[in-house]
Design a protein around this ligand. Sequence first.
Ligand code: PGA
Length: 258
Amino acid sequence: MTVRKPMMAGNWKMNHTHLEAIQVVQKLGFRLDAKDYERVDVVVCPPFTALRSVQTTIDGDRLQIQLGAQNCHWEMSGAYTGEISPLMLAKLTVKYVIVGHSERRQLFGETDEMVAKKLRAVLATGMAPILCVGETLEEREQGTTDAKVKGQIEAAFAGLPMDDAARCIVAYEPIWAIGTGRSAGPEDANNTIKVIRDHLRIGLGDEFADALRILYGGSVKPGNVAELMAMPEIDGGLVGAACLDPDDFGRIVQYSAG
Ligand code: PGA
């Protein structure tokens, strides 16, 4: 069995100024030590305006927290007012970029096609995409969860060379569980993640599927992280609300200790 290193990625969304960001990352850094980083990849995804401050804090304090971004454009430069290019992020030592978060899809009109282009642009600059997929409550009630996530996965991975596919991370985030305090049950989340892994297994093979990290997202908190992480298919968490407080996020990273 391939061992997949767990990842806890904090998605700050539109929270924290660059000054608050420095404090949050320093507090998180004080809380974590070498043992934690050895066990878990710890990632923070601040807003664009805080990336530089967080990067210099991580560097200056020699923290092993890794930097992620929440979004980017698919072009490397050009006349795209208000957009941020993957090259700009890579230059700031950003390692991961969330693509296709449900808030981007639902509130900002991102289509599967746009998400696929972003995923490729992120890979082209040497960073790793965290591709988000997940169903709405309506889709879940209609029993179309599996079809929805398989479709999103296919659209993103279609035609991707194996080397690139192997650098991707997937996050399964049922939309009804995001920001609602209502997490998917561990078994439910585990089952859908298995559907995703097995679907990719068909096209890309066992070695790829067994090595792919698939995170769960949707109301992950200190109180439910251990039971989620006890599931064999769940390789980590994409954490929203509970990552804003460095103590809570620290407890999430240290889940097996608690
Ligand atoms: P939540 O958000 O933890 O606040 O539910 C998760 C996410 O949107 O990535």
